[in-house]
Design a binder for this molecule. Structure first.
Ligand SMILES: *Cc1c(COP(=O)(O)O)cnc(C)c1O
Length: 379
């Protein structure tokens, strides 16, 4: 880790960025002229290139955190008489349900346990049984657990049933190879501060243009009107409606160049996988087990079961690690006591080897005893 940072953020975003990304924010640039608007269009074009090789896709940038873009999409691309099937197997799926209910969008919820993937067979039956369903929304990597949902199978089902597919790929986009067209998603949502390794301030939506074009006037919000924002960017050469996060945009451009120089998404995916493997095998060597089985683990964030020793407290463990310059993340699943460690951002396998040393030191210092067992051990 760089020696000028207070600690390494092992969270699912905002995450640790490079010094060069942070340095790009040290100037105040103008936002009203063609130079800036061209940068916006450059970002939009390059995002589409990362998302697919197929023609027919466009992108829209939206101010705010990632959830703003999820709300903008749900609120803008489902017509007033539409009905959505919402897949929920974690906190972010549940947030989609909350947004739909708040916006008064007619919906049915398809719920699965947090520790399981969504089941395409169940989704297929629900879509077949209810022809009123026009849209389906699902999370790709459920950041609650770090588990991945079966997007390709779901995409095939939405095609079969003629359903519009909205995918929250917040924590997976740019961290694993994805082709939005091949997977059959009509809308894919992510944000600046996850695997793109920018800083927080805006989200973006990759959209199948022919559908987005049909959504004029549907938005349930002025600021979060995806169509209007897209129209403004398209017709005014890259202009945002309302003030844009200038510094964040500059940092994002730098982050995009750094993704390219790293070798693109596949190289980044490989690094994240190595980070995760180093983390998981190191934790297991200390007797700390993952919540999910290996085949469900994503390279973005991993949930670990808290040691069963009654002396263990997440807060003191967290503080002990923070003093050693590692910031981890609390658990979010309801069924078990857990904590999470992110493996995305400007972090490398060596950082995770050091983290394991810090975890061992912290547990020893706090007097936490972990009985070793063979359950849940690496294959
Ligand atoms: C991070 C994340 C979001 C958005 O979170 P914000 O805090 O609004 O940026 C949404 N969905 C998933 C799956 C996420 O990981």
């Amino acid at each position: 880790m760089d020696d000028d940072i207070p600690y390494l953020l092992l969270t699912p975003g905002p995450l640790t960025t490079t010094r060069t990304v942070r340095q790009s924010m040290l100037k105040d640039w103008c936002t009203w002229d063609a130079e800036y608007n061209n940068l916006t269009n450059d970002i939009r074009r390059r995002l589409v290139t990362i998302a697919t090789t197929e023609p027919g896709y466009t992108s829209v940038l939206m101010q705010g955190s990632g959830t703003f873009s999820v709300e903008a999409t749900l609120g803008s691309v489902i017509p007033p008489d539409g009905k959505a099937l919402l897949v929920d197997n974690g906190a972010y799926g549940a947030r989609i349900v909350k947004i739909a209910n708040r916006l008064g969008i007619n919906n049915v919820v398809c719920k699965f346990p947090e520790t399981q993937q969504a089941d395409p067979e169940v989704i297929d039956k629900l879509l077949a049984a209810d022809p009123a369903i026009t849209h389906l929304a699902m999370v790709h990597c459920e950041t609650t657990t770090g588990g991945l949902n079966p997007v390709d199978a779901t995409g095939q089902l939405t095609r079969k049933h003629g359903t519009i597919f909205i995918l929250d790929a917040m924590s997976s986009f740019a961290g694993m190879p994805i082709d939005v067209a091949a997977m059959g998603a009509d809308y894919l949502i992510s944000s600046a501060n996850k695997c793109m390794q920018g800083v927080p301030g805006f989200g973006f939506v990759i959209a199948r243009q022919s559908h987005l074009e049909s959504t004029q006037g549907w938005a349930r919000s002025l600021c979060l009107d995806l169509f209007d924002q897209w129209q403004e960017m398209e017709s005014k050469g890259g202009k945002w409606r309302y003030t844009s996060p200038t510094h964040v945009v500059r940092a994002f451009l730098q982050a995009m160049s750094e993704l390219e120089s790293e070798g693109g998404v596949s190289a980044r995916h490989k690094r994240y996988c190595e980070n995760r493997d180093t983390l998981v095998s190191g934790m297991r060597s200390l007797g700390i087990q993952t919540l999910l089985n290996d085949e469900l683990l994503s390279p973005f964030i991993t949930t670990f079961l808290c040691p069963s020793d009654p002396a263990f407290s997440f807060d003191t463990f967290y503080q002990a690690l923070k003093r050693r310059r590692f910031v981890i993340y609390p658990g979010k699943v309801t069924a078990a006591d857990t904590f999470r460690v992110g493996t995305i951002g400007n972090a490398f396998p060596d950082d995770f080897r050091q983290l394991i040393g810090a975890v061992k030191e912290s547990l020893d210092k706090l007097g936490i005893h972990i009985p070793h067992n063979t359950l849940n051990s690496p294959h």
